[in-house]
Design a protein around this ligand. Structure first.
Ligand SMILES: NC(=O)c1ccc[n+]([C@@H]2O[C@H](COP(=O)([O-])OP(=O)(O)OC[C@H]3O[C@@H](n4cnc5c(N)ncnc54)[C@H](OP(=O)(O)O)[C@@H]3O)[C@@H](O)[C@H]2O)c1
Length: 274
């Protein structure tokens, strides 16, 4: 498994992790346990997924020592003005005494509290409660504001990113500022994208599935990637992407699938509090 260096004192994040959005709490324990057995060491959850306890049970029963795992959770939108308390509540649901990565889930521009939230995250980081801090769904404008008004540059921005919505400008901004790009819905949520004939052709060429071709594209772009599945065969399939290489024409063929289609909301106008 490749790891990528975060901009925080030598902390590394596995390039491919396991996402658990829309996995109910009781199923999360089973899915995460299976994923850890299959070789995943990075798990991405959030307060809003209501499965931190299930994830925590899987971590507690794993044969892998805690320090070999990389656990991410996120600050929900209605907690921006009480980030430290929300963090401790998440940590307690996860059954952990330190987190690897804490993200602001959405900027929620209408509420305009993300700078305040970030300052609390900085305190959590300085106090050693979390090894790295970052954001999710931040646009260039949101990132610039944080960088102008606060001390620590986010280590990562977790954004919607898949072949139909590859976000080249935001990726370039991240690269120029030492911020890692983490792709959510990396498989385009499975339906539609994975049925594209171009991916089937590339899959045949490399002896891989369309999902593996897409995940390999992410890896070669330098993205951190967190595919979700509750299906054991797919959980295994999605991590088996480190034994082949897409050539430049393959990368270009996947790049040509960009049609600007978002699956999720636009962060510039998303102000939902849950
Ligand atoms: N920060 C944010 O705002 C945000 C937003 C969305 C997601 N995320 C994170 O990103 C993670 C991944 O995104 P996502 O769950 O939206 O979508 P995704 O990983 O792109 O796709 C998941 C869907 O694809 C199917 N799938 C998985 N592997 C497959 C394979 N090999 N072949 C065919 N189908 C496959 C899954 O089905 P089965 O499960 O039935 O196998 C599921 O329906 C989330 O779980 C979450 O951790 C973050």
């Amino acid at each position: 498994m490749n790891s990528l260096l975060l901009n925080t004192d030598g902390v590394q994040i596995p390039q491919l992790g396991f996402g658990v959005w829309q996995v109910p709490d009781d199923e999360a324990e089973r899915a995460v346990s299976f994923a850890i057995e299959a070789g995943y060491t990075s798990i991405d959850t959030a307060r809003l997924y209501f499965n931190e306890e299930g994830v925590g049970r899987a971590i507690a029963r794993a044969d892998v020592p805690r320090e070999k795992l990389f656990i991410t959770t996120k600050l929900w939108n209605d907690d921006h003005d009480r980030a430290e308390a929300a963090f401790e509540a998440s940590l307690s649901r996860l059954g952990l005494d330190q987190l690897d990565l804490y993200l602001i889930h959405w900027p929620v521009p209408a509420q305009d509290k993300y700078v305040q939230a970030w300052k609390s995250m900085e305190r959590l980081y300085k106090d050693g409660r979390v090894r790295a801090i970052g954001v999710s769904n931040f646009t260039i404008a949101h990132l610039e504001r944080l960088m102008n008004e606060t001390e620590i540059v986010p280590s990562i921005n977790q954004i919607e990113l898949h072949p139909r919505f590859p976000q080249p400008e935001l990726r370039a901004f991240h690269e120029a500022n030492g911020i890692l790009t983490e792709a959510w819905s990396p498989l385009g949520q499975g339906r539609g994208l994975l049925d594209d004939p171009a991916l089937a052709t590339l899959g045949r060429k490399h002896g891989k599935s369309p999902a593996q071709v897409v995940l390999r594209w992410h890896v070669q772009l330098g993205n951190v990637v967190i595919p979700k599945s509750v299906t054991p065969s797919r959980i295994r399939e999605n991590i088996d992407v480190f034994d082949f290489t897409l050539d430049p024409e393959d990368m270009a063929a996947i790049g040509a699938l960009n049609n600007g289609t978002r699956l999720g909301p636009d962060p510039a106008t998303f102000n939902w509090m849950g």
